[in-house]
Design a protein around this ligand. Structure first.
Ligand code: SF4
Length: 368
């Protein structure tokens, strides 16, 4: 069995992997926002997150051998070696502690090959009520387990960002946030955080929040040092939005579209993006239809396979099949390359990192 790299990554993200040595590589994150219950792996120069702690991963036909001392390993299926795999090394900044005694890894973590990621506010108005919470979200779990702190101060973020850039060559930063009370929906806390980081170290920053009520926040984010902005639809079909993310669905898709139209002139074409979780009810056609609209607006649709996180109401929800993802990513990557919206041109953030989806690997194939 021989698969092109983009198809193999697609398979590994859908099925997950079984690790012969569960301790190999970087400690996988459990709970929290962003990729969770995943392990970072690199094949053919592409770093991606593969589920390892999820129910489907325990049944995966893919096995990753114990790595050698340099972090090299192989991925096998039915005993046949399919590719060489590398585990990223533990970043050096993880060993540092702030003056007030907080380990740096509780403030921000390494995502993908070279991204520093933080959740500035590890609490969310949507998460506090059972009727409002996004069914797939685990933002409170890592906090409850003591793996992070609730509020990362601007000076803590600046300190960690500087160390991560100097010691580990981190190239860009993702700042996401739970949604606080207030019409800014987190934009204000992202402004002060980005400002503090940029005053300390030059690191392109992507901020992520729900669309604020007022579009003037886009100029303020930009002038605070935010280079790229993510406003994440997650799901597109109204019924599925209401059922799976009832709080977040109070901000309708139309508001996202008007916010995108206002944000793109501020940040530039391709510097505004959205995350779409494939496998939660949207059809291939629905995702491709909204992608056409988004690309026309200059927005990069980062479509990722849904991964169920242990402890969430959707922990037993199936992951999308590799064929379902291929049916989206193949035409979507062509759409993006044809319109000049490529992951490699994004200044910072998830679309640039690309580790949660095989999308950028599909793009790379078309561009080579
Ligand atoms: S794509 Fe985004 S969430 Fe996923 S590993 Fe990269 S920075 Fe983190």
């Amino acid at each position: 069995m021989s698969l092109p790299t983009e198809r193999l990554i697609n398979e590994l993200q859908s099925y997950g992997v079984r690790l012969v040595d569960p301790k190999a590589g970087l400690e996988s994150r459990r709970g929290g926002a962003g990729p969770s219950d995943h392990k970072a792996l690199t094949i053919d120069g592409m770093t991606f997150m593969a589920p390892v702690h999820t129910a489907p991963a325990f049944e995966s036909p893919y096995v990753v051998e114990k790595p050698d001392r340099s972090g090299r390993s192989r991925v096998l299926r039915d005993g046949e070696a399919l590719a060489e795999v590398r585990f990223p090394e533990r970043p050096r900044f993880y060993d540092l502690v702030t003056a007030d005694g907080v380990p740096y890894w509780q403030i921000a973590t390494l995502h993908g090959p070279d991204v520093l990621a933080t959740t500035v506010l590890q609490s969310c108005i949507r998460y506090q009520s059972r009727t409002k919470t996004c069914r797939f979200c685990a933002i409170g779990q890592s906090l409850a387990a003591g793996r992070t702190i609730e509020r990362k101060t601007p000076s803590q973020l600046a300190e960690v960002a500087e160390a991560a850039a100097e010691l580990d060559g981190v190239k860009h930063m993702v700042m996401t946030t739970g949604t606080p009370r207030g019409a800014d929906r987190g934009a204000a806390v992202l402004c002060e955080s980005a400002n503090a980081v940029k005053n300390r170290v030059y690191l392109p920053i992507q901020a992520q929040c729900e669309p604020p009520d007022d579009d003037h926040w886009f100029e303020r984010l930009k002038s605070s040092g935010v280079d790229a902005l993510g406003m994440h639809l997650e799901i597109v079909t109204p019924e599925a939005r209401r059922r799976l993310m009832p709080g977040k669905a109070e901000v309708p898709v139309d508001r996202y579209l008007s916010a995108f139209a206002a944000a793109v002139p501020v940040f530039g074409r391709g510097q505004v993006s959205t995350y779409i979780l494939a496998g939660l009810g949207d059809s291939v056609e629905t995702i491709l239809d909204i992608s056409v609209k988004l690309v026309a607006l200059g927005v990069y649709p980062f479509v990722v396979p849904f991964v169920p996180i242990s402890g969430t109401p959707l922990e037993s929800h199936p992951t999308p099949s590799p064929d379902f993802m291929h049916a989206i990513l193949k035409p979507l990557s062509k759409m993006l390359v044809d319109s000049g919206l490529r992951a490699t041109d994004i200044k910072a953030g998830c679309g640039k990192c690309g580790a949660c989806s095989a999308l950028s690997t599909y793009e790379r194939k078309l561009s080579s």
